[in-house]
Design a protein around this ligand. Sequence first.
Ligand code: DNO
Length: 398
Amino acid sequence: MKECFRWYGPDDGVSLHYIRQAGAEEVFTALHEIPYGKIWPLEEILKRKSLIEKEGLEWSVVESLPVHEDIKTRTGNFKEFIQSYRKSLVNLGKAGLKTVVYNFMPVLDWVRTDLKYTLEDGAECLKFDPVRFAMFETYLLKRKNVESDYTLGQLKQAERSWLGMSASDKKEFERSIIDIFPGVKLGLDIKDIQKMMSKYEEICVSQYKEHLKEFLSEIVPCAEDNGIKMAIHPDDPPISILGLPRIVSTDKDLEDVLGMYESPSNGLCFCTGSLSPLPQNDLIRMVRKYGHRINAVHLRSTQRDKDGSFYEAKHLEGSVDMFGVVLSLLQEQLCRSRENLQDWQLCFRPDHGHTIMDDLVKPDAENPGYSGIGRMRGLAELRGLQFGLSHVLTREAT
Ligand code: DNO
């Protein structure tokens, strides 16, 4: 698999130069500065591409081409936004880009309740704790019917934690949940989130799946015509949050999504970290079942706890059987190369990393989870795993 690294663009503190030193060959990136819904001009795409190539790297995967909320809810200007999405795909195709990641999570992108959870060794990582999320929903968002999604014990604990927090902690907590859209500060406040949520009032899970199906029928033919493979990112975490439908969380969801439009251009971004908090998500089985539709890979592990919380573990530890996952992905590649498929090689990036060493004393990262050293460690470990496994596989095959 090609070793890649996420890069958030020219303002990213982890520069292309550093990424090259970390040993990555390619990057996953996006034109983060372009507002959601607007067309990505060909000229801008080409400029970004040449910037990356000047550093001796390649732009392998677009992550992400965001889907505007109007498209997800099929309200407002959604028709116009779909046209723009298609035009962006045409421009990306013209620039030679072949893989585009996106997600269909309602309102928020990925969510954590602690951006600086300290581990035994002093490293910091991201954590999701349902009690803290209950606290957010109850006291900040003031969501209706929130009680039905939590146990009495969880709600009591949430109340205790809330009462023990200072006003500034509360403000910081709020920002850490609602303003961590990848590569951009949208500056949303609680009222904006409530307004965005209200558009989902009539949308249940099956209706939301219909919306995704319609979106796919509108964009996949365009992706096909332009030599692009779409890769949907799973819900992170893979559970319903904010009382809203989440439809890319389980094995059945993946099957449904892929069945909505049968085409290699309708594929998955296989993110082990997003899928792993649900114990019933058998990642190896998923790779075996959907391998031919995996268009991009994120490798990361989580450590689940009995109370439903999880934190991001080291890449080779935690609840993910990374050995088994990487082995299955390499086997998938082998099948592709035997079938003489042109794009047999998968692109993976170490997803997130712990904040360690010098990064701990740097000013707070703009992009939580994306410090340089921790991801470099993740990449190095995954490189070693892949190196060993592919040597054994090649030896077995000859
Ligand atoms: C989190 C990322 C996600 C991902 C988007 C894809 O770190 O994996 O934000 O980029 O959801 O659309």
